[in-house]
Design a protein around this ligand. Structure first.
Ligand code: MTE
Ligand code: MO
Length: 410
């Protein structure tokens, strides 16, 4: 199904070693002052383009340490898989290992289990069935910069997302090796990163036991057929298809089965959304019950034209882009070229799995010179559609309003 994609174990292990051999360092001083910059269309949207980060090509710089790097939007026009070297990067804590020794790296499975298990990369790639799936990894705060009124947090444009083919082993198989005890309720994941000071709560995330054992949640060791870049979680990360990437714990070295619900900061305080339809509240509204963020919602984007583009009024143009369904597949994408008055069904590209980006394309037939407001709207396999008006919440989470750009036919 996925063409020519079959990494052999030996190659994989060799590339692990190669990837971990060099000591990868970066820091404020290493970040070259690039001449290039991009202005995102909101207040304080000027972003330097940087190539100063290890294993990364040109990225929009939001913050150096810990790094926040956004994918330049033009990358999404090139295909449905986001190249590893331009895949966005987001870390919360300053203490990120700058090198990992693939030979000695271990992940420990412990807690409410019958036997503690410690696995190296050799065992993981040898003793478990290998699985593979295409899935979108999207930050809960993707597009936060567009929130109005503005909210605190990483002021991302639309590039805090990416789609990759993930290869790894089922979390269920690993948990079964340890034997989850009856009465266990959740599974907690921790990576090799740490805060700069002990008072900073360690970044840990939790899933319910049934979700963790659903056979789709994966411990991935490869991304688009190659070891994960260090900044995307080398050598192992959790992949939680259909859920926001806050759960996709990177540099995963600790899996703990727990028998009481987790109350740590990153579950109980951070990444909480209003328990309202579409996580939507009015600015200033108080007393709203919140829940941990969870499933993604559908989105779609035009990728071959940007706002303000000039197109040829004398001929039909192909408009194309990407869509994803969130926690299920894309059922339909509609394009409007008259500011939402009428809609036409777009043609969908190849379906490589329900959690993946999917291509769409449609025609613009300018009948006269002038302005055209283009809108694109996706519906997922559960019938959920993008809303016509933006949702709002204090965390700046889950934006998925119908996107709109204006082009000029001349
Ligand atoms: N260990 C660790 N894993 C982490 C995080 C982190 O700070 N530390 N951040 C999470 C969040 S909020 C996001 S958006 C994704 C980003 O994944 P990426 O950097 O591979 O794009 O990593 C997730 N996994
Ligand atoms: Mo995130």
């Amino acid at each position: 199904m996925i063409d020519g994609y079959n990494i052999r174990r030996r190659q994989l292990l060799q590339s692990f070693v190669a990837a971990s051999a060099g000591c990868l360092t970066w820091g404020l001083s290493d970040v070259a002052r690039a001449a290039n910059a991009i202005t995102l269309p909101f207040e304080n949207g000027l972003r330097e383009l940087t190539t100063a980060f290890p294993q990364k090509g040109e990225m929009l710089l939001l913050r150096s340490r810990p790094p926040l790097l956004e994918t330049p939007f033009s990358v999404f026009d090139q295909g449905i898989f986001t190249p590893n070297d331009q895949f966005f990067v987001r870390w919360h804590l300053a203490g990120i290992p700058t090198s990992i020794d693939a030979r000695s790296f271990r992940v420990r499975i412990h807690g409410s289990v019958h036997r503690e298990v410690v696995l190296g990369l050799a065992e993981l790639t040898r003793d478990f069935e290998r699985v593979e799936l295409a899935a979108v990894n999207q930050c809960a705060g993707n597009s936060r910069g567009f929130f109005n009124p503005r909210v605190a947090g990483g002021e991302w444009g639309n590039g805090a997302m990416g789609n990759a083919r993930w290869t790894g082993v089922r979390l269920r198989d690993i948990l079964d090796r340890a034997g989850v005890k009856a009465g266990a309720v959740q599974v907690r994941f921790n990576g090799a990163d740490a805060g700069a000071i002990p008072a900073t709560p360690d970044f840990v995330k939790t899933l319910g036991v049934d979700h963790a054992r659903d056979g789709e949640v994966m411990v991935a060791f490869a991304m688009n057929g190659k070891p994960l870049p260090l900044l995307n979680g080398f050598p192992l990360r959790l992949v939680v298809p259909g859920w926001y990437s806050t759960y996709w714990v990177k540099m995963l070295n600790d899996i703990e089965v727990i028998d009481t619900p987790d109350t740590n900061f990153w579950m109980a305080k951070a990444y909480q959304i209003p328990d309202t339809p579409h996580a939507n509240v009015s600015p200033g509204q108080s007393g709203v019950r919140t829940v941990p963020i969870n499933r993604m919602v559908p989105r779609s984007f035009i990728t071959n034209l940007s706002d303000g583009a000039v197109v040829d009024a004398a001929r039909a143009q192909t408009i194309r882009g990407i869509a994803f369904g969130g926690d299920t597949g894309v059922r339909a994408v509609h394009l409007s070229t008259d500011n939402g008055m009428t809609w036409t069904l777009a043609k969908l590209g190849q379906n490589v799995g329900k959690y993946s980006f999917r291509r769409w394309e449609a025609q613009l037939l300018p009948r006269h010179a002038g302005q055209y407001v283009l809108k694109v709207k996706a519906m997922n396999d559960d019938g959920a559609q993008q809303p016509d008006t933006p949702n709002w919440n204090p965390g700046g989470y889950m934006r998925n309003v119908v996107e709109s750009i204006t082009v000029f036919a001349a």
